[in-house]
Ligand binder design. Structure first.
Ligand SMILES: Nc1ncnc2c1ncn2[C@@H]1O[C@H](COP(=O)(O)OP(=O)(O)O)[C@@H](O)[C@H]1O
Ligand SMILES: [Mg+2]
Length: 263
């Protein structure tokens, strides 16, 4: 509804991604509007990670048009403008929290005091104060994923691509992170945040619902509930799937949608 080509941080047309023998995504069109918190929601195996990997330019066998911040996905010029948090923590377990963050700040072009200031800001943003000198290997899983998020923040990216950043976190911390995502988008950044937890839909400005590598809906939380008459996002998602399977869908569903799709 609010989409237009000029305002899109990510624009995909006819996107096709093959992994191994499997075509995971087959002819996907989507827009991620700039300056919003956009949720990429879908069950495990729906293609979220594959799609995010293509957007940050680390996925092989991608065809079709994929434009990120106005440039082809994976262009060298995007490296410092796009921050990517992988699903598995991608920080060094044998370094402390602060050593990791200073390292990632340096990779993003910050040196000396600027790197340390960015690291300290990121520690505060993800609420890891007091753990600065702790080795990452000795942190809990949730703490480690927050270090990964902080490692993205130190680069000050325009587009943050976050793969299931809130998995395994307690509800208070999850809420705090979503609040932070909205603060970051308020500064004009775009956040593309994946989750398989449907109730996170309510926290997004915009939703992309994925199933079997196809877009089931491109909507807002309010529109999703209004269109389906469902009381929550999980049941709305099921309603959309049922409609797609009985042929009364919106036409964005692809052939894989009825297969149960996870493996
Ligand atoms: N390296 C790979 N080779 C072949 N198929 C893969 C590979 N990685 C993922 N897939 C398949 O791609 C599909 C989408 O996976 P993924 O993008 O990880 O989904 P999600 O992140 O939504 O759980 C799944 O069917 C998965 O089995
Ligand atoms: Mg995934």
């Amino acid at each position: 509804m609010v989409n237009n080509d000029d305002g899109a941080a990510v624009r995909a047309r006819g996107l096709r991604i093959v992994r191994g023998a499997r075509t995971v995504i087959d002819g996907l069109d989507l827009d991620v509007p700039a300056g919003q918190v956009v949720g990429l929601l879908g069950p495990s195996g729906s293609g979220k990670t594959t799609l995010l990997r293509s957007i940050v330019g680390v996925q092989a066998n991608v065809t079709g048009d994929l434009t990120v911040l106005g440039a082809p996905a994976g262009s060298p010029g995007l490296r410092r403008r796009v921050g990517y948090m992988t699903q598995a923590a991608s920080v060094y377990t044998d370094l402390s929290v602060i050593e990791n963050l200073v390292h990632f700040a340096a990779l993003a072009g910050r040196r000396g005091a600027a790197a340390h200031a960015a690291a300290a800001d990121a520690v505060a943003a993800v609420d890891l104060g007091g753990h600065e000198k702790q080795q990452v290997g000795s942190l809990s899983g949730g703490e480690r994923s927050r270090v990964s998020l902080a490692a993205v923040l130190v680069g000050d990216p325009e587009l943050l691509v976050l793969d299931e950043p809130t998995v395994g976190l307690d509800p208070v911390l999850r809420r705090d992170l979503w609040d932070m995502f909205h603060r970051l988008s308020g500064e004009g950044r775009t956040l593309l945040v994946s989750s398989h937890v449907m109730d996170e839909a309510a926290r997004c400005d915009r939703l992309l619902l994925l199933r079997g590598g196809a877009l089931v809906a491109d909507t807002t939380p309010d529109e999703l509930l209004a269109q389906t008459g469902a009381p929550d996002a999980e049941r709305a998602f099921l309603t959309l799937i049922d409609r797609a399977n009985t042929g009364t869908g919106t036409g964005t569903d692809a052939g894989t949608a009825s297969s149960g799709g996870v493996r």
